[in-house]
Design a binder for this molecule. Structure first.
Ligand SMILES: Cc1cc2nc3c(=O)[nH]c(=O)nc-3n(C[C@H](O)[C@H](O)[C@H](O)COP(=O)(O)OP(=O)(O)OC[C@H]3O[C@@H](n4cnc5c(N)ncnc54)[C@H](O)[C@@H]3O)c2cc1C
Length: 381
């Protein structure tokens, strides 16, 4: 049994853990990381709004940028906000661990000052970051998607002149009325390749990948694109909620929760990577300079989390045919408010304003569903 000590111990080497380990080491802190498979190569396609990415991230970590991505809700719209697909191998390489001590192993107990692994090894640290991701549990709300990668010229009938489809909710995917909806997501992986992905934004349970595959093929056939079976495939399933609080060590004696294990995961959209990259330096300042999270900021983060959870419950409660109308209202908001809601994890005022501005523009059935969600929640608490 070996025992270790460090300024900062990071548990979990996904994008969140790796970002914080890398940035802490760059700032001169003594960092030790633990993961069962520290050399695992990342394969998912990670995307983000360009304005969410931290300035230290080199341009080469971005594989493609859609300057004006499109959405189709009840009609075609352009979103005036750049959207990036990250270059996964270069992102991983950028977050280098050259100055970090790396241990292979799994944590069984993680407190604010000590990590214990399955073989009894202990790591004592001034600061412990728990970035073990969330759980793959069907009890949690999940996002699912099935995608294929095609050459750009084959994807032209799908892109219809757009840089990217952030969401295309048209119903030419063969879903029957009343079935849970899914949308088409289409982004460039580079100059030559386009990812076409049928996505279930959120469900408890989320749509099965076999259903999404069938819908994707149906949609593509309707738009004169015929997969040849040789395309690379992306399968997506992840929980959009952190593990239940009962399974987390929280409070003063607990570790710092980070990444998708924390409130950096947006439960109504499933995005966390850019927020984790951008928040890594907040932890660097806290660990290096002893900066404490300000009470007002902590309150803002807490409030945003409550509002986002309401957004998740609303998304889960909406009747399928209301979903495109809901997004039509959302994308009618000024882009700054869209940004506040999608990206402002400490922007309580902006998040609340976005939700309040949207509410009266929704159809009455959607307003009723939201009101029911609030009443149901209030009566349970
Ligand atoms: C295919 C796919 C595409 C996605 N696309 C996007 C996207 O475009 N944009 C976006 O923002 N999000 C996306 N997500 C969602 C989410 O942001 C990712 O899941 C992201 O990887 C979360 O990062 P993380 O570092 O918080 O957790 P993870 O990536 O889950 O990393 C957790 C790490 O902890 C390690 N670990 C687990 N248990 C232990 C233990 N006991 N001890 C030590 N280490 C442990 C794991 O080995 C793993 O390396 C996508 C997810 C998938 C699956």
């Amino acid at each position: 049994m070996n025992d270790y000590s460090a300024d900062v111990a990071v548990v979990g080497l996904g994008p969140a853990g790796r970002a914080v380990a890398h940035r802490c080491a760059e700032a001169g802190l003594d960092v030790l990381v633990l993961d069962p498979h520290p050399a695992r190569t990342w394969t998912p396609t990670y995307s983000a709004w360009a304005d969410e990415l931290p300035s230290w991230l080199p341009a080469e970590a971005v594989a493609s940028t859609a300057q004006k991505p499109a959405v189709w809700t009840d009609h075609h719209r352009i979103i005036d906000r750049s959207y990036c697909v990250l270059h996964t191998p270069k992102l991983q390489a950028t977050l280098s661990l050259d100055r970090v001590r790396v241990l292979a192993g799994a944590a069984v107990d993680v407190t604010g000052s000590r990590v214990t692994t399955t073989d009894g090894t202990t790591i004592d640290a001034l600061h412990v970051v728990d970035a073990r991701g969330t759980l793959d549990s069907r009890d949690l709300a999940q996002q699912t998607a099935f995608g294929i990668v095609v050459e750009r010229d084959r994807a032209e009938p799908i892109l219809e002149g757009s840089d990217a489809w952030f969401m295309d909710w048209r119903t030419d995917n063969g879903a029957r009325p009343g079935e849970a909806p899914s949308f088409l997501y289409a982004v460039a992986l580079d100059d030559d390749r386009i990812l076409l992905e049928e996505t279930c934004l959120v469900g408890r349970p989320a749509l099965d990948l076999a259903v999404l595959r069938k819908r994707l093929h149906h949609r593509l056939a309707n738009r004169n694109v015929k997969p040849n079976g040789q395309e690379d495939v992306e399968r997506v399933r992840f929980s959009v909620e952190p593990p239940p609080r009962s399974l987390l060590h929280t409070g003063r004696s607990g570790p710092v929760l980070f990444g998708s294990r924390s409130n950096l995961m947006h439960p109504a959209t499933g995005y966390s990577v850019a927020a984790s990259l951008a928040s890594a330096d907040v932890l660097v300042d806290r660990f290096r300079d002893g900066d404490r999270p300000r009470r007002r900021r902590a309150l803002n983060i807490w409030t945003v989390q409550k509002l986002r959870n309401l957004g998740l419950r609303t998304a889960l409660a909406l009747e399928p045919e209301m979903v495109p109308q809901f997004f039509s209202s959302f994308f009618s908001l000024p882009v700054e408010l869209q940004r506040s809601y999608l990206s402002g994890h400490d922007d309580a005022l902006g998040t609340m304003t976005a939700m309040l501005r949207m509410f009266p523009t929704l159809p009455s059935s959607a307003r009723l569903a939201i009101a029911r969600t609030i009443v149901h929640r209030t009566s349970r608490s």
